[in-house]
Structures are given as C-alpha cells and as structure tokens.
Design a protein around this ligand. Sequence first.
Ligand code: GDP
Ligand code: MG
Length: 449
Amino acid sequence: MPPKMTEPTAPPKERALMVGIEFRNSSRLLNLEDSLNELEQLAHTAGLDVIGSITQSLNHPNPDTLIGSGKVEEISALIEEYQADIVLFDEELSPRHLRGLEEKFSDAVQVVDRTALILHIFAQHANTREGILQVELAQYEYRLPRLTRAWTHLARQTGGGGGRTGSMGGVGLRGPGETQLEVDRREIRRRISALKSELEKVRMHRKQYRVNRKRSRIPVVTLVGYTNVGKSTLLNRLAGSQVFVADQLFATLDPTTRKVKLPNGQTVLFSDTVGFIQNLPTQLVAAFRATLEEISEADLLIHVVDITHVNSLEQWRSVNDTLQQIGAGNLPVITALNKIDGLPSTEIAEHIFPNLTDVVLISALNGTGLSHLEALVQSKLAGASSQIKVYLPYEMGHLISLFHDEGDIKTIINGAEGVTIEGIIPVGLLPQFKPYIRAQDKKHKSGRL
Ligand code: GDP
Ligand code: MG
C-alpha cells in the first residue's frame, strides 16, 4: 500500500494499524468486526489515518505482551512495510502488557489502546473548565501506573496548559532511569490532587446553580444515547438552537441545556449529554461521575437510538447498563428511534424493538415524528410527579429536607415528634416516602411538577 497523499497544507496524519483480539468465552457486547469498525471510527475522530487491522484469537493471554510472540513479529513487519506510527489495540492494555509491547516495537512506534484513544478524543473535545479538568484527571490516572517514558512525553500528551493535545505525541524517549521516574510519578500525583481540589471548587459552584434550578421548578428532560445517534441534532430541532453536530464520536462532551416551550405552553429544560459507548474507560466514568450523575436528577429521559445502525440493539443495551451504573436506571424514559429517514420501512424498527412502551419513531434531521415526541414528553411529565401526604418523624430529617429540596410543599404541620407534610414529589422519590404515607391518604393523585 503506497503512503496516501495528503493536502499540501494539512499536517501529515499519523498512521495507525489496528489490533483486534478475540478471546474465547468472551462476553463482549460487539463482535470483533463491529468492535474494530467502531475503533476505526474513533481513530478517525481522533484525526488518525487507519491503514488496516490485524486480529488474533486467544485462549490464554501472553503474560508480557498479551498477544503471542509470532503475532508481535507479524505486526513489526507490517509496521515496517506500511510505515505505521501507531499500533492501536482494541483492548485496554494493562501497564505490564503496554511495557512489554513497547519493548518489542521500535522506539518510533507508539502503542495506544482503546482507552487512551477515547481519553485523547475527550481531551480534544473538552470545552468547559470542568470538562477540561475531568479529562486531565482521567488521563493522569490512566498514565500513572503506565509511566515508562520521560515526563516531556507525558507533558506533551496532556498539554499541561488546559488538557488540549495536538497529535498523539509519538515521542520515543525512554525514561532515563528509576530515579527520574520516581520524580515524575510524584509530580503526577501532585497534579492529580491539585486537579481534584480544583474540580471540587468548580462543582460546588455548579451545585449552587442546580439548587437554584430546582427552586425554579422547571422540569429537566435529558437526552441520552450511544454516541453519534443524533442527540445534538434533536436538541437543535427542539430548541431551534445551534449545538455542535458532527458525524464523529463524542462531538459533545459537556452537558448543554436549552429552554424549550412545549405545545401546551409548559417550559422545560432539554439537556444534551456526553454520548455513551461500550466499555467506557473506568477512569473516564470516575472522572465524569459528577456529570453523569446529573443524568439521574432528570425528571424524564429521552433515550435516542440510531435505528439505522447495525448494532442499534446492542447500543441500546449498553446505554441501559451505564444508566443503571450511574443510578438513573429507574427514571421514566421515552425511546426515540431516530434517523427513520434512512429506513426503507418503519417495520424494521418495530421488529428490532418489539416490546417497548413509550416509543416514537423520529427523524431529527427532517423533523418527522417530533410533534408526537413532544406530546409524549408532555404526558410523561404530567405523570412524573405525585401528590402525597406523609408523617415524618423528626429523626427522618434527611427525608424532611428531601421533600423541601425536591418537592413542592402545600402544607406543613409540626407535631411533637414529627411533621406532617402534604405536597407533590417526583415519582422517582415515592419509594423512599412510601413507609410514611398516612394510611388514609394512600391513593396518589397525579399532578404536574
Ligand atoms: P450525537 O453524538 O448523538 O449528539 O449525534 P449528532 O447529533 O452529532 O449526529 C450525529 C450524526 O448523525 C450527524 O452526522 C447528524 O447529521 C446525523 N443525524 C442526526 N439525526 C439524523 C436523522 O434523523 N437522520 C439522518 N439521516 N442523520 C441524522
Ligand atoms: Mg452530540
């Protein structure tokens, strides 16, 4: 394969060779081919040029290099022949495997795994102060146990000033020795704790904003879904706004919120979030926990699905798994099967998702089905709150404050040992209040938040 010609003004793209591994008895969500396709799309998003892929079936991983020694040689030959700059593994590499592989390949070649690639993309796309800090933290935590090269390399990777990175930073510097490494590790730990305390400050600020938002009692509808399904496009359609849309994975990173007036006149906030992906790197989920947990505070979710994608069902499942993990698994949800303009017939959609309730077929691109979606949002929001009367003993102070913070109190009567409160709460909180509902008042009336 001859090297591809690049535009005279465009910087030369780094050339990546992908490596996919099929483990026996693996319970992965996507099969190897689909997973490699996704990796290729991630690589393009990161601005890499993918020159091809190589796969291996494994019973037992090699302790030093993950893949077998024969495969390592095969890859070395391919690197030479096609002038690859990067060997891109579809799996997350342990620190030991990464070191082992780096030793086998020439110094000019960089070994990158799926996790590092996703972190890199997040770093490219972070815009808000919090987003930038979160990505930087995730990158340092990923790098710390894997530090084998000199600090200069790492400083370039994470950009120092704000977490932006240009290239994948293919620098071949070996660490000058244990002592320097120790110094570097200490420096990284210092930066990690500095980042954490700065994040804490940013979050306190935002928490205040959220408290104010709750006081204003405007319902929040959050768009969730796999990356690239059309969440930002839908937000733009609904809100008439200009949120960045791109045929890229993770074009949106920081939550964006827009005010929308529904046909019945009710004002709601629509919030667009970071897209999900199978096996989101754990460092990323940890660093973005605060952002992700905000999803669980929504009054209603719209789970957007790209119905034209070959893995739409797997993507839908993967998003549901992540929603469970972040405590948003029990929220009311509408499923919006998007991009139906690309379907020859809508029967396909009904075939893939046969038993779901609250499903709408839409095209965020040309507007099909959006009035139906808005009508469904209205009716779901109307059912999203519940009127109750509870007697809370004073020792249940946390429930009393929860009612104050999240509910709408109509009457409150302080007694000798507890307080009787009547008002409206989001249905998601019903289970917590259920034991304290006054027996004669146990039927809930439906109301609006
Ligand atoms: P997000 O990652 O979920 O926010 O997805 P985006 O809104 O950025 O859209 C990803 C890609 O899908 C873009 O190229 C959009 O133009 C495209 N897209 C979004 N909605 C539709 C749709 O209804 N039909 C078609 N054909 N393409 C769509
Ligand atoms: Mg988006």
